[in-house]
Design a protein around this ligand. Structure first.
Ligand code: C5P
Length: 423
């Protein structure tokens, strides 16, 4: 069952051109199993029709405070209290002003005054309107009132201007809503995550790499952010933008990932050490021993002749961090929980359901607290897939095998498992 399944969400739509994007938000919420009620301002109905909103939400659309036929048996005060989340998307400059001023002159503003639970605003407007001191003043006031804002984003605006003012994409609004509602056991804690593949240059056009998509690391980072953690995400070349709110550091090679990871670890140790380091990256074990400055010509070998590529070993980031954590523990300090991922191509569990000796040896060799092991050749597992089936092996010998799950859920369960290991 997904996060939104059974959640009750009020989507309020303001009168801006971005109102058309809110149709997608409604669709996504319904698809995820949420119960949705739409409140449209009078201006919003100039941009999208009642019929469309009704069809997408599956409920009567509410717009007017004084039309009894719209109430669907609920008054606005009850609605304000009953919904799990109130999302206002798009929130126009005028709506921000009326909300910040505590007005209650239409259904939406009245609803907001009666609301004590979470409210998420997705502003959308022209860049000059967004930057106007009055709007910025209202934003500060709304935040002080406990309202959460997502966006607006930079980009090309409907009016043709370029700048900050675009409404955040519906999928990201959904993610922001999820973060807002999720419990926050990691609040005040920092987490270091590595993700994605590394690329090891051979010459200016060729490199050695692997099939990692970064999706597992992204899911872990999202889960940590939702749980309230501050996330530093050091990642190799991937096709996805980093999760919003993470401090993302992009690297290319294993050596760069090693240096970036150690530098983050060091600077955190001097102030507030990480609570956990979760190393999901598929780091290349080897790199070409010599990087050629120019493209290697095919003519440098005879046809049919074999050529050799000498490889050097890359440093092991996980083993290095685990060693440092173990030193901290010996010195009486509280070290971060260090977690490695092991992508295996053999069965990770034997016929009796226990972890194979090879995996136990890897945990001992790496010296980390926990290994998350998966068989990348099993159906639905491994690189690029949206699901994964993992077994957790703790240094205490504790073993937990989870069924095939969405990578998102693996991330959530992992953060939940780890928070119980923290002192
Ligand atoms: O040894 P193996 O590559 O199977 O170990 C996988 C785990 O070790 C992953 O957590 C990966 O991020 C980490 N690793 C690392 N540095 C390396 C190789 C692997 O941190 N050079």
């Amino acid at each position: 069952m997904g996060f939104w399944s059974g959640k009750y969400v009020a989507v309020a739509i303001g009168g801006g051109i971005a109102a058309y994007k809110s149709l997608e938000l409604l669709r996504l919420l319904r698809e995820e199993g949420a119960r949705v009620v739409v409140i449209a301002t009078a201006a919003a109905l100039h941009f999208v029709t009642t019929l469309t909103l009704q069809a997408l939400s599956g409920h009567v659309v509410r717009s007017d405070l004084f039309t009894p036929s719209e109430t669907d048996g609920m008054d606005h005060i009850r609605l304000a209290q009953e919904v799990d989340l109130l999302v206002i998307a798009p929130a126009t400059a005028d709506l921000l002003a009326r909300m910040a001023g505590g007005h209650g002159d239409d259904l939406l503003t009245t609803l907001l005054l009666a609301r004590t639970g979470p409210v998420l605003l997705a502003p959308a407007m022209n860049v000059a309107m967004w930057n106007h001191p009055a709007t910025q003043r209202n934003v500060v006031q709304l935040q002080a009132d406990g309202i959460t804002l997502v966006g607006p984003e930079h980009g090309l605006l409907a009016c043709g201007d370029q700048g900050q003012g675009r409404m955040t994409e519906p999928a990201h609004i959904l993610e922001a809503g999820r973060r807002l509602l999720a419990p926050k056991p990691w609040k005040g804690r920092a987490v270091l995550i590595t993700a994605g593949p590394t690329q090891e240059n051979w010459d200016p056009v060729r490199y050695l790499s692997n099939r990692s998509s970064g999706r597992m690391g992204w899911a872990v980072a999202q889960a940590a952010l939702r749980a309230g953690a501050e996330v530093t995400l050091i990642h190799g070349p991937v096709a996805m933008p980093p999760p919003q709110g993470a401090e993302a550091i992009a690297v290319v090679s294993a050596q760069q990932m090693y240096e970036a990871t150690l530098s983050c670890w060091e600077s955190a140790s001097a102030t507030r050490p990480f609570a956990a380091a979760i190393l999901t990256a598929a780091v290349a074990d080897f790199r070409p021993a010599v990087q050629q400055p120019g493209k290697i010509k095919k003519s440098s070998t005879e046809p049919g002749q074999q050529s050799q590529l000498a490889l050097s070993q890359n440093p092991d980031i996980l083993a290095t961090l685990a060693e440092r954590a173990n030193h901290m523990a010996q010195a009486g300090q509280t070290p971060p929980v260090v977690v490695g991922f092991a992508a295996e191509t053999d069965a990770t569990l034997d016929s009796t359901g226990s972890v194979s000796p090879l995996v136990r040896q890897k945990l001992a060799r790496k010296g980390c607290d926990l290994l998350v092991v998966n068989n990348v050749l099993a159906p639905g597992c491994g690189f690029g897939s949206s699901t994964n089936q993992v077994t957790l092996l703790h240094r205490s010998g504790d073993t937990v095998a989870w069924p095939l799950l969405d990578k998102d859920e693996v991330g959530e369960r992992l953060l939940d498992y780890l928070v119980h290991l923290l002192v």
